[in-house]
Design a protein around this ligand. Structure first.
Ligand code: COA
Length: 187
């Protein structure tokens, strides 16, 4: 599949980013509810730099964090997809599945549906042997997505996220893993 094609589910469409998404993404990244489990909110310059980084990842690797569209409902509600993290930890190099939705679209199953499309693409088309996900130990909503996806956490994999300073309350992270044989074994 070309990096420019879309992945479609029952309600959710994963597609490449458009310039028009940047304003809505900046609003999300300025929302303290969305950014509760990150180092801080992003201003519009930082938000646009993140989109540039996402686009560069697509160009270099052919996959990335897709923009999520809900056809007939909203042209852009956030992102979900696959990324190779740029930091070093005991489980890297790896492929991560991740997500971030605008607050008004939480609680409707969109993140899980979008992540399932990304996992299908990662294990099916790209034939990855393992996909991980990680978040601050206290980010229970994100952990619930990981658990709905059938990902499993071993507390021995817990780690200190190197992009947060020592002593930061969000630094302790949990790691969830899913390997391809478990993925294909799920009904
Ligand atoms: C993490 C995040 C994407 C989770 O969003 P979410 O809305 O809780 O997750 P989903 O989209 O999968 O929705 C699941 C909820 O929708 C409900 N739901 C409603 N209609 C549904 C439907 N048709 N299908 C499935 N679930 C549905 C589920 O019951 C579940 O509700 P619950 O949380 O009360 O149990 C969101 O909180 C977020 O963007 N947070 C900020 C960014 C962030 O922290 N990202 C992760 C960093 S690692």
């Amino acid at each position: 599949m070309s990096a420019f094609m879309t992945l479609s589910g029952d309600r959710v469409c994963l597609r490449r980013w458009r310039d028009e998404d940047r304003e809505a993404f900046a609003s999300m990244n300025a929302d303290p509810r969305v950014m509760e489990f990150f180092r801080g909110r992003l201003n519009s310059v930082e938000s646009n730099a993140m989109v540039d980084h996402i686009e560069k990842h697509f160009s270099e690797r052919g996959f990335g964090l897709w923009a999520i569209e809900i056809p007939g409902v909203a042209p852009f509600i956030g992102f979900a997809g696959l990324e190779v993290p740029g930091f070093s930890a005991h489980f890297t190099p790896c492929v991560e599945v991740g997500w971030r939705l605008a607050f008004e679209y939480w609680g409707q199953g969109y993140a899980t549906e979008a992540a399932r499309l990304a996992l299908r693409y990662g294990f099916g088309t790209l034939a990855f042997s393992e996909i991980v996900s990680f978040t601050s130990a206290t980010n229970l909503r994100s952990r619930a997505v990981m658990e709905r996806l059938g990902m499993r956490r071993d507390s021995a994999d817990d780690f200190d996220y190197p992009r947060l300073p020592e002593g930061h309350p969000l630094r302790r992270h949990v790691l969830y893993r899913l390997d391809s044989s478990s993925y294909f074994g799920m009904s």
